[in-house]
Design a protein around this ligand. Structure first.
Ligand SMILES: NC(=O)c1ccc[n+]([C@@H]2O[C@H](COP(=O)([O-])OP(=O)(O)OC[C@H]3O[C@@H](n4cnc5c(N)ncnc54)[C@H](OP(=O)(O)O)[C@@H]3O)[C@@H](O)[C@H]2O)c1
Length: 273
């Protein structure tokens, strides 16, 4: 799979990962675990590693931990989660609990979820990084109207990662935050790459245009290649509950990427719908 370097360390990260919002918030029946085991096997089988979760996603961290423990290898994954609470003690306890639920001593990426109490949590995250319990820090949001606050906080806290919304349906990040991340040497995860699935509705009944066939064999690949074709993007994290969708998404990590002119053509095409 194509990779991008994390600017702060040079570590290579595969460009397609997995989001877990909703889709990993399941009871944990043997059938649900088996399905998610197949999804993680597909991810690692294709060379992927990034899984993004959060304590906000109910049972998701626990399910991620259980599925990896059920025949997986922790070393194959880059585990990203978030801190989503207020106050130092609550934050430190939540981060400890996330590691416990995911059955790991070290969390690869700890992000402040939706910029909630950033100052407090970034201080704790830096301390946990010094202790070797967390490898990278991050800030996240999922709405375009939060991007200017996020930009301010990038300047103040200088995290190693940000996670933001960016897709053919939501392009605001390309104006300021993506170039800024590139200038500052901050890695970028992209959430809502399908606008939580709505992008598929926009193209229902249509085929992928002929001019895109050399780089996209499906609409999922069309949408993801637009994202990872941006040079500031490190990894896109589409969520799925279905092994065949995971395999489809992973294909976007291979082969040609659209150049700038083609990305503009993709934008123009989506505008006509
Ligand atoms: N504030 C934050 O930090 C924040 C906010 C939002 C999201 N996130 C992260 O970003 C991740 C992704 O965002 P998201 O979950 O909102 O939405 P998304 O990834 O844009 O879309 C997910 C939807 O697309 C469908 N899908 C996935 N692959 C598909 C394919 N190949 N073909 C057709 N349908 C497909 C999924 O359904 P199926 O299950 O049927 O495949 C699901 O309904 C989240 O899970 C979470 O980890 C973070």
């Amino acid at each position: 799979m194509l990779t991008r370097a994390i600017p702060s360390t040079g570590q290579a990260l595969p460009v397609i990962g997995l989001g877990t919002y909703d889709v990993f918030d399941v009871q944990g029946t043997p059938a649900e675990i088996a399905d998610r085991r197949t999804i993680l096997d597909a991810l690692t089988g294709a060379g992927g590693s990034v899984i993004d979760t959060s304590p906000m996603y109910n049972r998701s961290e626990r399910i991620v931990g259980d599925v990896i423990a059920d025949g997986g290898d922790r070393g194959d994954f880059f585990l990203a989660t978030k801190v989503w609470t207020t106050g130092r003690e609550a934050g430190v306890e939540q981060m400890r609990r996330s590691a416990e639920l995911m059955q790991t001593d070290v969390i690869d990426l700890m992000q402040v979820h939706n910029l909630r109490d950033t100052e407090t949590h970034m201080t704790s995250i830096r301390e946990l990084q010094d202790e070797g319990r967390i490898r990278y820090s991050g800030l996240t949001h999922y709405r375009a109207d939060a991007l200017s606050n996020l930009a301010e906080e990038m300047r103040v806290y200088r995290p190693e990662f940000i996670q933001i919304n960016y897709s053919l349906a939501e392009q605001e990040a390309a104006r300021r935050v993506l170039p800024m991340a590139q200038d500052m040497g901050i890695a970028v995860l992209i959430n809502r790459p399908y606008q939580s699935g709505d992008l598929f509705g926009a193209v229902r009944g249509r085929d992928v245009p002929e001019w895109a066939s050399e780089f996209a064999a499906s609409w999922g690949q069309f949408f993801l290649k637009f994202i990872v074709g941006h040079p500031a993007v490190t990894c896109a994290i589409p969520a799925t509950s279905k092994p065949h969708h995971m395999r489809d998404n992973l294909e976007a990590g291979f082969g040609l990427l659209p150049d700038e002119a083609t990305r503009q053509r993709m934008i123009d095409f989506i505008r006509t719908l």
